[in-house]
Design a protein around this ligand. Structure first.
Ligand code: MN
Length: 441
């Protein structure tokens, strides 16, 4: 773990809202998004969250506050997608973070502070878009607790597939339907096959689910035919957002053999607007553990660095806000709470495995981690696990029941890192709303 002054919890910003306890965006975080003023026809551009404000990197690029690599990085961030900034690599990411930190840190009132204040846009006044032109999206399947929870429902005698403990497995997903938090998700139509029936039926998905995941944005890629070694892999990751891999379970389970998910997954994926950088997450690294009686990683996935601090303690919650909650002015209800630290495969292993056959990753590619479930029941990352495929429907506090998602439901993810002696590093919120199927009345 390599900490520097930008991780120091005693440092404060001159912006008071950044110093409030519980704030997701203190000066130690500085996550990136692409935004504009809501309802305007302004161009989207990069921004960095601080307290209840956004540093408008488009506006900042037109000042003389920064120079050198940080100024070049700011210019790259002034565009409506952050791909060029991602492609600049860790030195540029670090230069911009450290210079922004210096500008935002408490100092006697200066002319620089006045100039920067003019570059701030209130968070509450912003709307967001997908922060990069995502070339390719891959969704992994790397939580052993999720794999076991789902496996036990359908193959109780043999819940884990034989490859799970050897391969950080994944499928190649769909980019066109990735949206940012606030996305309205139409319930998909498709084929499903009920047990005991002779033929499938076509209709609206009856088993709509979410999956709480993290999304990894690739910074610098690799040439086709080359590999990214596991020890170099994290330097190729710009940062992490939250990701909802909406899943139509009835469609998915009928179509999935032998080629994997298709229409069960390709109708929508929702990501949070803010990308938290790997540097901001540095204090929340943990030992990555593989029990001695389990298969050990093959050499290309083995790494002393991963063993020492390859796991990340990113805490995650799933909240459900039903139409009835909204109608009555009730709060959303928390369905589960877990941490990414339980994941069976680490970020570096996913990246290394993705490229081991020579597949080229590119700046702005998105890798989903797979559903993040922990070892206990309340840590399940999808409703199919919580309600055991409809066998034990969830009973909400307001009397409603859910086996799967209903029209009008909003699924809200929250994510953060927190521990004594370190600043809270928040991910904000990731929200998606379920809307009726196309032909539903
Ligand atoms: Mn998934």
């Amino acid at each position: 773990m390599q900490l520097n002054p930008t991780h120091d919890v005693t440092r404060k910003s001159w912006l008071a809202s950044a110093n409030k306890p519980g704030c997701d965006f203190p000066i130690q975080n500085l996550p990136f998004a692409v935004f504009r003023r809501a309802g305007s026809n302004e161009a989207f551009r990069g921004g960095v969250a601080i307290g209840d404000q956004i540093v408008d990197l488009g506006a900042l690029s037109r000042t003389t506050l920064l120079d050198g690599l940080a100024a070049q990085a700011t210019s790259a961030c002034a565009q409506p997608a952050l791909n060029d900034f991602f492609a600049m690599g860790p030195a540029a990411w670090r230069a911009l973070r450290h210079d922004l930190f210096a500008l935002l840190e408490s100092t006697p009132k200066s002319s620089a502070t006045d100039v920067l204040r003019d570059c701030l846009v209130p968070l509450a006044a912003a709307e967001f878009t997908v922060p990069a032109r995502i070339g390719d999206y891959t969704d992994f399947y790397t939580s052993i607790h999720h794999a076991l929870n789902v496996g036990r429902l359908f193959r109780p005698e043999d819940p884990l597939t034989p490859n799970f403990q050897w391969v950080p497995t994944a499928y190649h997903g769909r980019v066109s339907s990735i949206g940012v938090s606030g996305q309205k998700v139409r319930r998909p139509m498709g084929q499903s096959m009920s047990p005991g029936e002779a033929a499938p039926v076509y209709g609206a998905c009856a088993r709509l689910d979410y999956e709480i995941e993290l999304g990894l944005f690739i910074g610098q890629g690799n040439a086709q035919g080359e590999q990214i070694a596991v020890d170099d892999a994290e330097a190729h990751v710009f940062g992490i957002c939250m990701l909802n891999d909406w899943s139509a379970r009835d469609i998915q389970f009928w179509e999935m053999a032998p080629l994997g998910p298709f229409l069960g997954k390709n109708f929508a994926t929702t990501i949070s607007p803010w990308i938290v950088t790997m540097e901001a997450l540095e204090p929340y690294r943990q030992e990555w553990h593989r029990a001695a009686d389990e298969p050990q990683p093959l050499a290309y996935l083995e790494s002393k660095h991963v063993r020492t601090d390859g796991a990340l303690d990113i805490q995650l919650e799933v909240w459900l806000e039903t139409a009835q909650h909204r109608a009555r002015g009730d709060h959303a209800e928390r369905l589960s709470r877990t941490s990414f630290k339980h994941q069976y495969w680490a970020v570096a292993q996913m990246v290394a495995h993705h490229t081991v056959g020579g597949c080229n990753l590119q700046p702005g590619d998105l890798l989903g981690t797979g559903t993040i479930s922990g070892p206990t029941d309340i840590e399940a990352g999808a409703i199919i696990e919580l309600a055991r495929a409809g066998r034990t429907p969830l009973k909400l506090i307001n009397g409603e029941e859910r086996s799967f998602l209903a029209d009008g439901d909003a699924v809200i993810f929250k994510g953060w890192c927190e521990k004594p002696g370190h600043a809270r590093i928040g991910f904000g919120e990731n929200r998606g709303e379920v809307h009726p199927a196309l032909n539903a009345q």
